[in-house]
Design a protein around this ligand. Structure first.
Ligand code: NAP
Length: 299
């Protein structure tokens, strides 16, 4: 039976470090960590995420600022807002909630954020630093950074000799996750929708990371006995057993059956999910420390 990797506990530990670091920064330098979150339009899921980020930022003692813009906001208006946040010394982190409405060019907006304030780690400068093995001067995308903390909680810092398979190759998760694993000396395979014999590729993994968005795709016979399984996917499926019209969240991994032969596994919910917000707070407090030349907190 696999050990359950408790993402809520790991995230709470990150948040405690963030709170202590933010308070120290304010006391020693008089600098209050500032996070600005920008949301455009009325997407209910995005508003839920942004609300949770704002609440957590306040809990961490940050100056938490939310800019809520109407769905018809133009590219020019959004660019101007990002520029003003880039220039605002009280703001250390800027997050533009994705997806943006279809008429807006998301990539141009993300690339207009100053890299040292890009707490989502999506700017090409930050992606490039990670790709070239510089893990110390940039900002790393929050979900892979959080997933990597969970991997390290099982295997430690050095993954030498271990095979890691990441299913998914998005810029948001799959690619940065593969690079983090490679930096930690794992032998890494990145699989995706064109990969042949995916189940046998997955069976080679000592560390299997699934970030696809297909409910319970990864079955027990995809798992090398004793492997660590990190489930990033989140899907909502119908749950008639809970009552008419009810639903529940599931990951990319068939948790119930994989639990039997994995060595360690993250649940959904309560695994990688809570780590994402925690690492956003961590990136923001790191960005604030850099502006003051302070020694950075470690996560
Ligand atoms: P994405 O951009 O849609 O990427 C999905 C990846 O899965 C793509 O690389 C795609 O391959 C691959 N894929 C699709 N079907 C596949 C199949 N049948 N076999 C193998 N690979 C397949 O999604 P994402 O942003 O990376 O997110 C992935 C999942 O993680 C989603 O469920 C998302 O909700 C979740 N997520 C969770 C968090 C969190 O906080 N916990 C954060 C981010 C994402 P191609 O490139 O070939 O199309």
């Amino acid at each position: 039976m696999a050990k359950m990797i408790d993402g809520k506990r790991a995230a709470a530990a990150v948040i405690e470090t963030v709170k202590a670091a933010a308070s120290r920064l304010e006391q020693t330098k008089g600098v209050r960590t500032g996070l600005a979150v920008v949301i455009v339009g009325d997407d209910p899921a995005s508003h839920t995420y942004v609300g949770a980020k704002g609440r957590m930022a306040k809990e961490c003692g940050f100056n938490s600022v939310q800019h809520t813009l109407p769905a018809e906001t133009t590219q020019d208006e959004l660019t101007k807002l990002v520029q003003s946040l880039n220039e605002d010394p009280s703001i250390h982190g800027i997050l533009v909630q994705l997806p943006l409405p279809k008429h807006l060019n998301s990539d141009a907006i993300i690339q207009s954020i100053r890299p040292d304030k890009d707490v989502d780690g999506l700017h090409v400068v930050n992606a490039g630093k990670l790709a070239t093995g510089d893990l110390t001067t940039g900002l790393i995308s929050c979900t892979p950074a959080g997933a990597m903390l969970l991997v390290r909680s099982i295997h430690g810092e050095d993954l030498s000799g271990l095979n890691a398979v990441v299913i998914g190759r998005s810029n948001l998760f799959g690619k940065p996750m593969a690079q983090l694993l490679l930096n930690a000396n794992a032998t890494v395979t990145t699989a995706h929708s064109r990969t042949k014999n995916l189940s046998s590729v997955a069976r080679g993994a000592d560390i299997l990371v699934a970030a696809v968005g297909r409910p319970e795709m990864v079955k027990a016979n995809w798992i090398k006995p004793g492997a660590t399984v990190i489930d990033v996917g989140i899907s909502r499926i119908a749950a008639p057993e809970r009552g008419e019209g009810k639903s529940r969240l599931v990951g990319d991994v068939a948790y119930g059956e994989v639990l039997q032969n994995a060595g360690a596994i993250t649940p959904v919910p309560g695994g990688v999910g809570p780590m994402t917000i925690a690492m956003l707070m961590a990136n923001t407090v790191v960005a604030a420390h850099r502006t003051c030349g302070m020694i950075l907190p470690e996560f």
